[in-house]
Design a protein around this ligand. Structure first.
Ligand code: UDP
Ligand code: UDP
Ligand code: UDP
Length: 471
């Protein structure tokens, strides 16, 4: 990584840009924002992290307080948001309810905080989900906005183009063809589009469109991806083919992990042989049905592979009170006790993926998870369940970095049987070709992040340089 120049308020020289980072709701949005904050800080910026209060999950509040104690030179700006609206027929997802509340609070509550920040802000790096409300304020205050995209370049393109798809109402989006055509991109199979996108009255969709309309006003868009992983899509975005009015799209990934305490699972992993263990996790907000959880357990048992499984039975961690024994049964736990561990708590995924014992990753294909796996060369069995995850699974597959069983359905559509899961896990763990390709991806990811010459490192340093020159 770049030379660790630590900026703090005391040695602020007038040349270090002062930047604020504003994360979105959920660990999938918070984690990349924290990583970016730490990266900007170690590259000579004075950084203020905007801490949204209250958070939805316990994981978010714990993570934020640990982050500030690990990085005492990063300024903390508490942003107390307006009360969340109760669930409605078009928005019943606790994380989306939080998106709405943050967005609404930006208008009156964040503006004075930004105005009074000292030294004045050189730029904000903000989550996509605040674009609509933050952009007008920043224009008024003359502060450039960089949007941090937490999804892949391909899904970002879909988001950016979504207002056009839904406006071009004849023929109706989703009813005319088996593919969605976005200029410059290979056609997106209709089956990969998040189903809510076909209904513009849903909060998820109308909110995405509203925010997408403000992407052209950003100074730049940062994507947690790297040149070699999505070369064609990045080229299409940057040569104006997707949309002629988008700002530069900067691939700056895989984002550097920031300092974390050692996770508990590492000592168990130390006792396992190299590349023998399959790691199973579906991100921070995806819960499976109880039937599916049991089948997955059965599948892992049948695979014969050692496994580390992070189990979630509820979308919000605070509500996840069910015991492992009740979900899986004592006899299951007894049978697998020398071979697998099941965790029902927050783990340090990035450290797990970095461990030499891990040989494969059964994942919902959340984009952070994919980039973390790329960083450590762990191939994926993608099991996409919601949102951007099918588009991501396609990207993963095209990169040769993982496999995706297309007929497993969207989350909750069907119960995939243990027999089938076990078979696929076995294949994942014994696929030499896939493993070799994963090692190449790891090497490409490493090169992208290399000092000075790496494409991602250059992109980030370029932005910081622009801010420095504008001082
Ligand atoms: N994660 C983790 N421990 C867990 C579950 C998730 O560290 O027990 C992290 C994971 O490493 C990733 C993020 O949470 O950085 C999840 O983001 P992703 O985009 O993969 O999926 P999402 O949770 O947004 O669906
Ligand atoms: N997104 C969206 N509409 C929304 C909220 C989010 O299109 O109302 C975007 C979001 O920024 C992300 C992708 O859609 O890039 C997937 O969103 P999802 O909520 O499924 O992922 P998560 O928030 O769990 O990471
Ligand atoms: N979602 C998610 N994780 C979940 C449940 C939902 O990320 O565990 C997100 C996902 O982006 C999805 C949106 O919430 O597109 C709406 O989900 P819902 O289940 O309400 O609708 P569906 O996708 O099943 O049509």
């Amino acid at each position: 990584s770049a030379s660790p120049i630590v900026a703090n308020a005391d040695d602020f020289s007038g040349k270090s840009p002062h930047v604020a980072v504003l994360p979105g709701a959920g660990m999938g949005h918070l984690t990349p924002a924290l990583r970016l904050a730490a990266m900007l800080s170690s590259r000579g910026c004075l950084v203020t992290l905007i801490a949204v209060k209250p958070t939805v999950s316990a994981a978010e509040s714990t993570t934020i307080s640990n982050f500030f104690s690990t990085y005492p030179h990063i300024n903390r700006l508490d942003f107390e948001i307006l009360p969340r609206k109760p669930p409605s027929s078009t928005n019943d997802d606790p994380f989306f309810i939080q998106f709405e509340a943050i967005s609404r609070s930006v208008v009156h509550l964040l503006k004075p905080l930004l105005l009074s920040s000292s030294p004045p802000l050189s730029a904000i790096f903000s989550d996509f989900t605040v674009s609509m409300t933050l952009t007008p304020i920043l224009e008024e205050l003359c502060i450039p906005n960089y949007v941090l995209s937490i999804t892949c370049a391909r899904f970002l393109s879909l988001l950016a183009y979504l207002p056009h798809l839904i406006n071009e109402n004849s023929p109706k989006f989703g009813e005319s063809d088996d593919y969605v055509h976005i200029p410059g991109l290979s056609p997106l199979p209709l089956s990969t589009i998040p189903p809510p996108f076909f209904n513009p009255t849903l909060f998820f969709t109308s909110f995405a469109i509203s925010n997408a309309l403000f992407l052209p006003k950003a100074k730049g868009i940062l994507v947690n991806t790297f040149e070699r992983f999505e070369p064609d899509t990045l080229a299409a975005l940057n040569n104006g083919r997707v949309l002629s009015n988008l700002p530069p799209v900067h691939p700056i990934g895989p984002l550097e992990p920031y300092k974390l305490e050692k996770g508990e699972q590492l000592s168990w992993l130390d006792d396992q042989s190299v590349i023998s263990v399959v790691y199973v996790c579906f991100g921070n907000r995806t819960a499976m049905s109880k039937d599916q959880i049991r089948e997955l357990g059965d599948g892992l048992e049948r695979s014969g592979c050692p496994f580390l499984w992070v189990l979630k039975s509820s979308k919000v961690d605070k509500e996840d009170t069910e015991e492992i024994e009740d979900l899986l049964g004592d006899s299951f736990l007894e049978r697998i006790k020398n071979r697998g561990i099941v965790v029902k708590a927050w783990v340090n995924q990035e450290q797990i993926l970095a461990h030499p014992a891990i040989g494969g990753f059964v994942s919902h294909a959340g984009w952070n998870s994919v980039m973390e796996a790329a960083r450590y060369g762990v191939p994926l069995l993608a099991w996409p369940l919601h949102g951007d995850q099918r588009v991501i699974s396609e990207v993963v597959e095209n990169a040769g970095f993982g496999v995706w069983v297309r007929d497993w359905g969207w989350g909750g559509e069907r119960v995939v049987k243990g027999e089938e899961i076990g078979e696929k896990v076995k294949q994942l763990m014994s696929d030499e070709k896939l493993r070799n390709r994963a090692m190449e991806v790891e090497e490409e990811a490493r090169k992208a992040c290399q000092d000075a010459n790496g494409s991602s490192e250059k992109a980030l340093m370029g932005i910081i340089e622009t801010l420095r020159l504008a001082e």
